[in-house]
Write a protein that binds this ligand. Sequence first.
Ligand SMILES: *[C@@H]1O[C@H](CO)[C@@H](O)[C@H](O)[C@H]1NC(C)=O
Ligand SMILES: *[C@@H]1O[C@H](CO)[C@@H](O)[C@H](O)[C@H]1NC(C)=O
Ligand SMILES: *[C@@H]1O[C@H](CO)[C@@H](O)[C@H](O)[C@H]1NC(C)=O
Ligand SMILES: *[C@@H]1O[C@H](CO)[C@@H](O)[C@H](O)[C@H]1NC(C)=O
Ligand SMILES: *[C@@H]1O[C@H](CO)[C@@H](O)[C@H](O)[C@H]1NC(C)=O
Ligand SMILES: *[C@@H]1O[C@H](CO)[C@@H](O)[C@H](O)[C@H]1NC(C)=O
Ligand SMILES: *[C@@H]1O[C@H](CO)[C@@H](O)[C@H](O)[C@H]1NC(C)=O
Ligand SMILES: *[C@@H]1O[C@H](CO)[C@@H](O)[C@H](O)[C@H]1NC(C)=O
Ligand SMILES: *[C@@H]1O[C@H](CO)[C@@H](O)[C@H](O)[C@H]1NC(C)=O
Ligand SMILES: *[C@@H]1O[C@H](CO)[C@@H](O)[C@H](O)[C@H]1NC(C)=O
Ligand SMILES: *[C@@H]1O[C@H](CO)[C@@H](O)[C@H](O)[C@H]1NC(C)=O
Ligand SMILES: *[C@@H]1O[C@H](CO)[C@@H](O)[C@H](O)[C@H]1NC(C)=O
Length: 468
Amino acid sequence: MDLFFIPQRICWWRVLFLLSIFQDYLSNMLDCPPTCSCSPTEIYCNKSDNGISFPLFSLQDTGNNGNNSIEDLFKNITSIHIENWTGLQTLKEVDIELYTGLQRLTIMNGNLRVVQARAFSKNPHLRYINLSKNPLTTLSWQLFQNLQLLELRLEDVVFECGCDIRWIQLWLQRGEAGLQNQLLFCTTGASRIPLHTMNISLCDLPDISVTHSNLTVIEGDRVTVTCNGSGYPLPEVDWTVNDLHSINTHQSNVYWPKVHSINLTLVNVSRDDNLYMLSCIAENKVGMANASIQLTVYCIARCEPPPPPPLAPRRLSVPLVINDILVADLTVSKTPFIRRAFKTATQSRRTYNIRAVPPAILKLDEPERRHETCVEFTVRGNPQPTLRWFYKDKLISPSEYIRTDMDTYQDYLEGCLNFRNPTHHNNGNYTLEASNFLGVATRTVYGHFLNAPFSEGGCRVCLTVYLS
Ligand SMILES: *[C@@H]1O[C@H](CO)[C@@H](O)[C@H](O)[C@H]1NC(C)=O
Ligand SMILES: *[C@@H]1O[C@H](CO)[C@@H](O)[C@H](O)[C@H]1NC(C)=O
Ligand SMILES: *[C@@H]1O[C@H](CO)[C@@H](O)[C@H](O)[C@H]1NC(C)=O
Ligand SMILES: *[C@@H]1O[C@H](CO)[C@@H](O)[C@H](O)[C@H]1NC(C)=O
Ligand SMILES: *[C@@H]1O[C@H](CO)[C@@H](O)[C@H](O)[C@H]1NC(C)=O
Ligand SMILES: *[C@@H]1O[C@H](CO)[C@@H](O)[C@H](O)[C@H]1NC(C)=O
Ligand SMILES: *[C@@H]1O[C@H](CO)[C@@H](O)[C@H](O)[C@H]1NC(C)=O
Ligand SMILES: *[C@@H]1O[C@H](CO)[C@@H](O)[C@H](O)[C@H]1NC(C)=O
Ligand SMILES: *[C@@H]1O[C@H](CO)[C@@H](O)[C@H](O)[C@H]1NC(C)=O
Ligand SMILES: *[C@@H]1O[C@H](CO)[C@@H](O)[C@H](O)[C@H]1NC(C)=O
Ligand SMILES: *[C@@H]1O[C@H](CO)[C@@H](O)[C@H](O)[C@H]1NC(C)=O
Ligand SMILES: *[C@@H]1O[C@H](CO)[C@@H](O)[C@H](O)[C@H]1NC(C)=O
C-alpha cells in the first residue's frame, strides 16, 4: 500500500476537487494516516510523531471495492485520539472540519499551544474533549458555545491566571462538563495556584436588560427598543434580526465604563413580523447573556373615509368595515397611537387581514335562572376587551354574590354575569362595557329578579356555545 501525507490545507481543496470529479470510480481510496490505526469509526494515533499536521486520511487509489462517498467516510469517524504528537501546535478549523460526525476528541501529552477560535464550529456532535497535558496557556469559552459538552478534560494544563480563563473557574463552580472532578491550576508567573482560588476583579458574566418584554404595535409603526449589556469586561452586544421583515437600523452607544447599549429601530413594522422574537445577546470573555422581546403586530381593518370632522373633534366615530360588512363604529380617541393607526388605515384602500377588532357587544340577555342566575353575554373584540359592569351607573366589583364567568374563543368572549340568590333589590339596569385600544362598546339590559327565591331543582348548567 502506498501511503502519503497531504502536507497543507490548500492541497485538500485540490484533493477534494479531484475526488468530486472522480468520486464514482475512485471510491474508497482513502488511507489511514501513518503512525495511526483506523477503523470505520475511529482514528487512533498513539505513536509519537513530530508531524505538524492533524491526522487526515490520505488519498489512495485502491480500486473499486465500494461506493461510499468520501464525505461519509469522514462523517463516520466518531472518535479521534492523538497522543504524544510533538509537532501539532495549533488546532485549526480546517483540521477537523471534515469530521462532521466527531463525538470524542483527545489530543493529549503533546505540544498543543493554541486552539483557534472557530476550531470546533463544524463539529456539532462533539461531546468529549480531552486536551490534557498540553502547554496551552489559554482557551476561550466561545469554542464550546454551540456544543453540548459532557466532558472537557484539561488536567495538567497550566493556564495563565487571568480574566481569559475566568469562565473555566465558573464552570468548575457550576460543575459543568465534569470539570469539578479535575485538579486544575493556573500560574501567575511566580507561582502556580489552584484555579478555584484565582481572584480576578472586574471580570464577570455580563448582565443584560431590554426595554420591553412584550411589544405590541400596529403595522407601519416605527418603534425603538434598547438592549443594554453591562459588566466588566465591557460586553459586545448585538440584536439578532435574521429573517426580520421590517426595515431596521442599529445604533450603538457605550456608557463608559460599564454599559454597552444598542438601539434597534424598526421602521415601518411589517405584519409578517407578528410573533417575532427580537433577541439580544451580550457577551464578553467570561460568557454570554441573552434577553428577548416578543413582538405582536396588529394589522387593522380597512376603514371608510371619515366623516367631515366636527369643529373641535375629541372623539371621532368611523365605521369599521371588514370584508364589506359593517362591523362596528370605530371610536377614534385623541391618543396619538390610535390616530396613527387610524391614519395608516385610511390612507390605504387595501383590505387587510383582520386582527385588530374593536369591541362589540353582540348579545346581552335578561337574567335567566340556571345553576345560578345568569345575564348572558357575547362580546367580540381583539385585543381581548376588558369588561366592566355597571349597576345604576355604579361599577360592580366582583363578589361572592355577583361575578363574571366566561370563556374565550378566537375573538369572542362568552359568559354570564352570575348572581347568587338575587332578590328584587337587585332589579335595575345593568350595563356592560367592553373596551380595548380601538374603542369602547356598551349595552344595557334591565334585570328583573323575583322577590321570592327560585325553587331548587331543574338546574341548568350555563352552556357556552362557541361561534366560529
Ligand atoms: C497503541 O495502541 C495500540 C492499540 O490500542 C496498542 O496495541 C499499542 O500497544 C499502543 N502503543 C503504545 C506505544 O502505547
Ligand atoms: C508518550 O510519551 C511519554 C513520554 O513523553 C511516554 O512515557 C509514553 O509512554 C508515551 N505514550 C505513548 C502511548 O507512546
Ligand atoms: C454502489 O453499490 C451498489 C451495491 O453495493 C451497486 O448496486 C451500485 O451500482 C454501486 N454504484 C456505483 C455508482 O458504483
Ligand atoms: C458510514 O456509516 C453508514 C451507516 O453507519 C454506512 O452505511 C456507510 O457504509 C459508512 N460509510 C463508510 C465510508 O464507512
Ligand atoms: C484524558 O486525559 C486524562 C488526563 O487528564 C487521561 O488520564 C485519560 O486517559 C484521557 N482519556 C482518554 C480517553 O484518552
Ligand atoms: C479578591 O481580591 C480582592 C482585592 O483585589 C479582595 O478584596 C477580596 O477579598 C478577594 N476575594 C477573595 C475571595 O479572596
Ligand atoms: C441602559 O443604560 C443607560 C445608561 O446607563 C440607561 O440610561 C438606560 O435606562 C438603560 N436601559 C435599559 C433598558 O436598561
Ligand atoms: C406578554 O404577552 C403575553 C401574551 O400576550 C402575556 O401573557 C404576558 O403577560 C405579557 N407580558 C408582559 C410583561 O406584559
Ligand atoms: C436609544 O433610544 C433611547 C430611547 O429611544 C434614546 O434615549 C437614546 O438616545 C438612543 N440611543 C442611541 C445611541 O441612539
Ligand atoms: C411600509 O411597508 C409597506 C409594505 O410593507 C409599503 O407598502 C409601504 O410603502 C412602506 N411605507 C414606507 C413609508 O416605507
Ligand atoms: C439564551 O440563554 C439561555 C440560558 O441563559 C440559553 O439556554 C439559550 O440557548 C440562549 N439563547 C441563545 C439564542 O443563545
Ligand atoms: C333602564 O334603561 C332604560 C333605557 O335603556 C330606561 O328607559 C329605563 O328608565 C331605565 N330604568 C331604570 C330603572 O333606570
